[in-house]
Write a protein that binds this ligand. Structure first.
Ligand SMILES: C[S@@+](CC[C@H](N)C(=O)[O-])C[C@H]1O[C@@H](n2cnc3c(N)ncnc32)[C@H](O)[C@@H]1O
Length: 264
């Protein structure tokens, strides 16, 4: 095939050479996937990523997803969306605000013959979907957000119906300090306990990535999940949690929306 391939000129059956060429045109890839045996990012710095991570917790989710709907927030090249569709989910929607990643995801789904919708949407705008999903993937995104707790609140308020797969980069101790229900104003020692919920703010860069804004410790990750209305069912991988959306009981904070101006 001559010239770049466009969505309108894609072949109905991709050959390995065509896949290799189109994948190179759409790169660089963060998701190193095998599409009909062709790696999308053969020199990926994490190797077989994200499949190697996924294998750690693939069995934590139902293998038969017929009748279920899935939302993949920050879907990137579509790895998790594809996996969910392969399990038979009725509907899979991947959202990301980066058009280049969405083009990769659409290509991957096309090559694999999987019917998945990919849409440009920020996690802050999930209310626009007007729809709840049985399974929500919210992995690898939290610490890239300047307002991560707002995003978690929005996921709870608008799109999560039942299960949520959550992952965040974590730094600091993995110890979890016991936290009392309340403290007197004069008590301050617990704030210095490394196992107290703590989120490190990254003003400049971490790992050369200017979009890494926050690095919570484990206690903070878990406390924020609970506070946003997600019961932690288990932690099948170091930084990955399987949660269930629950009604917020005595903490009915909800998502706080910034004022949009007089005419919004
Ligand atoms: C580190 S990647 C994680 C990709 C994938 N979820 C995973 O775990 O492999 C972060 C992704 O989140 C997307 N992203 C960042 N901020 C976002 C936002 N506000 N709304 C939607 N997607 C966002 C990025 O474009 C990128 O694709």
């Amino acid at each position: 095939m001559d010239g770049p391939m466009t969505p309108d000129s894609h072949p109905s059956e991709w050959t390995p050479d065509q896949i290799r060429r189109r994948a190179a045109e759409l790169g660089p890839w963060f998701h190193n996937m095998q599409l009909k045996g062709v790696w999308t990012a053969p020199d990926h710095f994490l190797g077989d990523y994200p499949a190697a991570k996924w294998r750690c917790y693939a069995d934590a989710l139902p293998h038969d997803l017929r009748g279920k709907t899935v939302l993949d927030i920050g879907c990137n090249g579509g790895f998790f969306s594809l996996e969910m569709k392969r399990r038979g989910a009725d509907r899979v929607l991947g959202i990301d605000f980066d058009e280049d990643y969405l083009a990769q995801a659409r290509f991957a789904a096309d090559v694999e013959g999987l019917d998945i919708e990919f849409r440009r949407l920020s996690v802050y705008d999930v209310a626009r979907l007007g729809e709840r999903f049985d399974i929500v993937f919210f992995i690898g995104v939290f610490y890239h957000l300047r307002h991560p707790l707002l995003a978690l609140d929005l996921v709870h308020e608008h799109v999560a119906r039942d299960l949520v797969v959550f992952q965040s980069l974590q730094r600091g101790t993995t110890e979890i300090a016991p936290v009392a229900a309340d403290y007197d104003f004069s008590e301050t020692a617990h704030f210095d306990d490394p196992g107290y919920p703590r989120m490190h703010f990254i003003e400049h860069r971490y790992a050369h990535d200017p979009t890494n804004w926050w690095a919570p410790n484990r206690a903070c990750t878990e406390a924020m999940l609970r506070s946003a209305g997600f019961e932690i069912l288990n932690r099948p991988e170091e930084e990955t949690y399987l949660c269930r959306r629950v009604a917020r009981s005595d903490k009915e904070y909800g998502a706080v929306y910034p004022a949009q101006g007089m005419h919004a």
